[in-house]
Design a protein around this ligand. Structure first.
Ligand SMILES: *[C@@H]1O[C@H](CO)[C@@H](O)[C@H](O)[C@H]1NC(C)=O
Length: 343
């Protein structure tokens, strides 16, 4: 498929997504026309003089693609194709659905953050870019990066403002192998001793609901939830009836709506350093380095940890859990992990 064709498809997809949003928010779709005018990208970008990251990506797309740019083009194509194959009627986007999309007006960026996929470091980098924090992202404390309101969210803007940004900005997200992300969420929030808040919030209700004879300590602290209990909680129909999943284990597609919004770059946790550098090269911030992951955060170690956790899970639960996260596997081109027993 030619590059030009991708661009048309991407624009059409963006237009469709934006049109649905506009319809929902009660604005005439006519307002969308300028999407197809390439100059509109420049003129509506708030950053002004320099070329915007989205223009940089389009420039790349016109020339001979580097290997990395080609990988990203293929991922975009894959996402578009998979979306059109697998999504039928979808619920209308509400403004609150855009809560995870963070906005950098100075650079023309939209970043959908997915917890457990280096989102703390991305928030640090966006804060450093914004000039509202030290210019070395590594020195920004995590609690400051996560503080509500530090970075504006697309959900905070009016429909017209939302649409202008959706058209002109480079939108990106970072994704991760779904079960490795889930294993990481479990380890971090329910298993480790420093997850006391999460253990009290979620651990205690998991124990109360799913453990036949819970001890008093577990009922008050929720500190010893087993992986199998956590998975049973995710698969329990009552859990989703009570509300959306917590963002640490909510499916990426439900947080970022990749079939409704046009994402220009799909970064992967497994190739974090290269993909982050690719985004930063489009932003034109050569001095900015994405923070290095801590030791032990390598792909092989993450795979082993997930494999160990899933080893004790029955094939029945493995299949149902795969069903629950299947769209994330499909949309982001992850194959079912080899340790799964799906039949
Ligand atoms: C999908 O994943 C496979 C296996 O990792 C890889 O070889 C292929 O290039 C990927 N396709 C796209 C479009 O990213």
């Amino acid at each position: 498929m030619g590059r030009r064709c991708w661009r048309r498809r991407a624009l059409a997809a963006a237009c469709l997504g934006a049109a649905l949003l506009l319809l929902l928010l009660g604005v005439a779709p006519r307002a969308l026309r300028p999407v197809f005018d390439n100059r509109a990208v420049g003129s509506s970008w708030l950053g002004g003089r320099r070329r915007s990251p989205l223009q940089m990506l389009h420039d790349l797309d016109q020339g001979r693609l580097s290997d990395l740019a080609e990988v990203h083009r293929q991922r975009r194509d894959w996402l578009r194709r998979t979306c059109s194959r697998h999504t039928r009627r979808q619920h209308l986007l509400q403004p609150e659905d855009l809560r995870h999309v963070l906005v950098d007006d100075a650079h023309g960026l939209l970043y959908c953050y997915v917890p457990k996929v280096a989102c703390t470091n991305w928030k640090r980098v966006l804060l450093a870019l914004s000039g509202r924090a030290p210019s070395d992202p590594r020195t920004i404390p995590a609690h400051e990066a996560h503080a509500p309101g530090r970075l504006p969210s697309l959900a905070d803007f009016s429909p017209a403002e939302v649409n202008r940004r959706l058209r002109a900005y480079l939108a990106f997200l970072f994704v991760r192998e779904p079960f490795e992300r889930l294993a990481s969420a479990y380890r971090n929030k329910l298993q480790r001793p420093w997850g006391a808040d999460f253990q009290r919030r979620f651990g205690t209700s998991i124990v109360r609901r799913l453990r036949p004879r819970p001890g008093p300590d577990a009922l008050t602290r929720g500190h010893d939830v087993r992986f199998a209990e956590f998975l049973a909680y995710l698969l329990d129909p009552r859990t989703r009836r009570d509300g959306p999943f917590n963002e640490h284990w909510e499916r990426t597609h439900a947080l970022c709506h990749p079939c409704r919004l046009r994402y220009d770059v799909v970064g992967k946790f497994e190739t974090l350093a290269e993909d982050a550098a690719f985004v930063l090269s489009l932003v034109g911030a050569p001095g900015l380095r994405f923070p290095e992951p801590p030791p032990g955060a390598g792909a092989a170690a993450a795979h082993d940890r997930a494999a160990r956790l899933f080893r004790d899970i029955s094939p029945f639960y493995q299949r149902r859990l795969f069903g629950l996260y299947k769209m994330d596997f499909l949309l982001f081109n992850y194959s079912a992990p080899s340790y799964l027993r799906l039949r």
